[in-house]
Ligand binder design. Structure first.
Ligand SMILES: Cc1cc2nc3c(=O)[nH]c(=O)nc-3n(C[C@H](O)[C@H](O)[C@H](O)COP(=O)(O)OP(=O)(O)OC[C@H]3O[C@@H](n4cnc5c(N)ncnc54)[C@H](O)[C@@H]3O)c2cc1C
Length: 367
């Protein structure tokens, strides 16, 4: 059940807990020598004691101004809201990559916000974030936390006085272990730690090069989008529904009725659960449009149910546990998809097939 939210690690005064990542799943392990038996870890765990979920009060779609939208994953709502929150005197805690680790950082600096921008398709690590937020809240600061739903839930359990706390949860269909991403990156021979998981034409690459051949997905992204490589808990995600725990929920407006050229540039989908969520939207300069709720739900399965665990996942992880290469494990687990991808790549190279746009995929910054 462990989501790796690290709330138990942060709450333990004797540092008796570590969360073990075995690539396939996370698990909190208690050192009985250090444990005082206070039970705080059990009480704080959002898997043991779920946070109350609420129906959304309203929903909309749209985008931020061009400069933000092009760099954002969807319509750039998240970055625009983070920037506006900062401008209004608040601090923001969100995920960024630091030396190859996907950690949460609390900041009042604009340059950090730009480092938060962009989806990182890997499980992030909030260790230490809850404590830092609690300290800053106690000093009277206003804080905006942006993160995965399981991390927002953990923060809600951790913070007792949340008057000045605002939360944004991302719609999330699952996250792989960072150890798996590291293994894949190592095997492809990439040295740079500055990677992006999605790119837009309007961003004009900006010094990033796609690691895959033209018009096809790299193997990590292929496995990610197929739902093959998430940690075990993700297939039973309790947040995969329309009732949520954050003040605001943001994602992609799949199935949008807006013009195709707008869809290509990215459209955000927003659900506000309370007045705080609405305030975050209202205080930010955004282009807003109505959205058909039923259609949004139909095109975004994560708003109805968790990703289904594929049968082939077992084959994949059996191979990984035998220390086989990521590519070899994928070929064994998803042979059809693997060969289809490689045939497509060959046809594109021979100019028999035209490459189509690939918004997904790993992009690396050229040094
Ligand atoms: C693992 C994952 C799975 C997702 N699955 C779906 C889905 O199924 N359906 C859907 O509609 N949307 C999904 N999303 C959300 C979508 O990809 C965009 O992140 C979201 O629409 C916000 O886009 P934006 O342009 O507003 O954000 P941007 O302006 O690009 O900002 C992105 C924000 O997300 C935060 N962030 C990125 N990656 C992580 C991470 N790993 N952990 C914590 N915080 C992170 C950043 O710190 C930043 O604050 C997923 C996101 C992630 C990270």
């Amino acid at each position: 059940m462990c989501t790796g939210c690290m709330a138990c690690v942060d709450v333990c005064s004797t540092r008796a807990i570590i969360v073990h990542d075995d690539i396939e799943s996370y698990n909190a392990v208690i050192d009985n020598e250090l444990c005082l038996g206070c039970n705080l870890c059990e009480k704080i765990c959002p898997q043991n004691n779920p946070v109350e979920k609420k129906e959304p009060l309203g929903w909309l779609q749209g985008w931020a101004k061009d400069e933000i939208r092009c760099r954002g994953t969807s319509g750039g709502f998240t970055t625009a809201i983070m920037l506006s929150f900062l401008k209004n005197g608040g601090m923001v805690c969100a995920c960024q990559c630091v030396n190859g680790e996907y950690i949460y950082k609390l900041t009042d600096k604009e340059y950090d916000i730009w480092r938060y921008t962009g989806s990182k398709y890997v499980k992030s690590n909030p260790t230490g974030a809850y404590k830092s937020i609690e300290t800053c809240l106690s000093m009277g600061k206003r804080i905006l936390f942006v993160g995965l739903p399981c991390h927002v839930a953990a923060l809600k359990k951790y913070i007792k006085n949340a008057i000045n706390l605002y939360t944004i949860e991302l719609i999330c269909h699952g996250t792989p272990s960072p150890r798996l991403l590291k293994k894949y990156i190592r095997e492809t021979g990439i040295i740079s730690e500055d990677i992006k998981f999605r790119n837009k034409e309007c961003y004009n690459n900006n010094g990033y090069a796609c690691i895959s051949s033209k018009g096809v997905l790299d193997y990590y992204t292929l496995a990610f989008l197929d739902g093959l490589i998430f940690t075990r808990n993700c297939y039973k995600c309790q947040y995969a529904q329309i009732e949520r725990i954050g003040d605001l929920m943001l994602g992609d407006s799949w199935g949008s009725d807006l013009p195709k050229e707008e869809i290509k540039k990215g459209i955000s989908l927003a659900f506000y659960q309370n007045t705080k969520g609405k305030e975050l939207l209202d205080k930010t300069e955004l282009y807003r449009f109505d959205v058909d709720l039923e259609k949004a739900k139909r095109f975004n399965h994560q708003l109805n149910e968790p990703t289904k665990k594929p049968k082939q996942r077992k084959i994949f992880f059996n191979m990984i546990n035998k220390n086989r290469k990521f590519k070899t494990a994928l070929k064994r687990a998803l042979p059809k998809e693997y060969f289809k991808r490689n045939v497509k790549s060959m046809l594109i190279k021979l100019r028999i097939k035209k490459p189509t746009d690939m918004p997904y995929g790993i992009w690396v910054k050229n040094n």
